[in-house]
Design a binder for this molecule. Structure first.
Ligand code: SAM
Length: 292
């Protein structure tokens, strides 16, 4: 146990869940501790004020978010060292899960302050438990990376993962994301699009990736989404692995046999094998020269 793990006689940092839609999704304990705390560090104080008013809580709130965390974090830690009890909340769900909070917890732990959770609502796990998909092993990815290169790398890397996959998505990116899921995981993979959880228009759309795409082509995506995707079937993973072991010539032939023109087949072969298009082209030239 390092020295930093020895906690001091100072204040206490709580990380509290807040509702992801329905204001009643607060625990008695969270409400009590929010009311008793000295300060609430909130992602957006105006947003949190609505929740506090609902529960008649009058604790002062200060903003703590992605853009001020480097300055605000150490200030909050100093207040904790001075003996204050602070509750960190985000706009919805668990702080630190695709939301600010984790950095403050790290700083507080480094300073020897006790950090404790006030559990409650979380969109990912709420969607997972009602998805009907395997809940024994799963991986949470949150939002896909913004850069298309990183998105592609991630989806290629996890396409054969046997565990259930969980993503967050905003409505205006849903169709693009479904397109990518279909491309890297295949149209037939089972998935669930859970939207507006705990709200009036809560909906679970269950089907294959292809079916969910079709559904949202005729039903405009609205609200916030959690996408739960079944893990890769081990047999499918074996056949994916076998495909990755094809030679560039074999991979191009496979895509041509699926009806793609040579140029597109070379592009897809490069993606499949994780090679540059130039290298695939060179390998084919070489093979053709040897065979001629
Ligand atoms: N900290 C939150 C949690 O613990 O779930 C997540 C915050 S993240 C900034 C917001 C994303 O969570 C949304 O874009 C959506 O993907 C998901 N989300 C939040 N509330 C939701 C809800 N009521 N229904 C479906 N998804 C939701």
């Amino acid at each position: 146990m390092s020295e930093n793990n020895q906690q001091c006689e100072c204040g206490m940092l709580y990380l509290s869940a807040t509702p992801i839609g329905n204001l009643e999704d607060m625990t008695y304990r969270s409400v009590r501790i929010l009311a008793e705390a000295d300060l609430i560090a909130a992602e957006d104080t105006r947003h949190t004020r609505k929740l506090l008013s609902h529960y008649d809580i009058h604790t002062p709130a200060t903003s703590y978010h992605e853009h001020n965390k480097l300055v605000k974090g150490p200030e909050l830690v100093q207040k904790l060292l001075d003996g204050l009890t602070i509750v960190c909340v985000s706009d919805a769900g668990l702080p630190g899960i695709s939301d600010p909070g984790a950095h403050l917890a790290m700083l507080a732990i480094e300073a020897g302050i006790k950090v404790s959770p006030l559990p409650g609502a979380n969109a990912a796990l709420s969607a997972l438990i009602c998805s009907g998909l395997d809940t024994t092993a799963f991986t949470f990815y949150g939002f896909l990376p913004k850069s298309s290169k990183k998105r592609t790398e991630l989806l290629q890397r996890i396409a054969a993962s046997p565990e259930t996959l969980i993503f967050y998505e905003a409505p205006h990116h849903l169709m693009g994301t479904l397109e990518l899921l279909s491309k890297y995981f295949g149209q037939e993979r089972a998935m669930v699009a859970a939207r507006e959880l705990t709200k009036k228009f809560e909906e679970f759309c269950r089907g294959t990736i292809g079916e969910i795409q079709e559904y949202f082509q005729s039903n405009e995506p609205r609200g916030e989404f959690v996408l739960i995707v079944a893990g890769c079937d081990p047999q499918q993973a074996d056949s994916n692995l076998a495909e990755k072991q094809l030679s560039p010539m074999e991979a191009v032939a496979k895509f041509e046999a699926e009806g793609m023109p040579r140029k597109e087949a070379m592009r897809e072969a490069a993606k499949l094998l994780g090679m540059s298009r130039r290298d695939v082209y060179q390998a084919i030239l070489q093979a053709e020269t040897v065979n001629s």
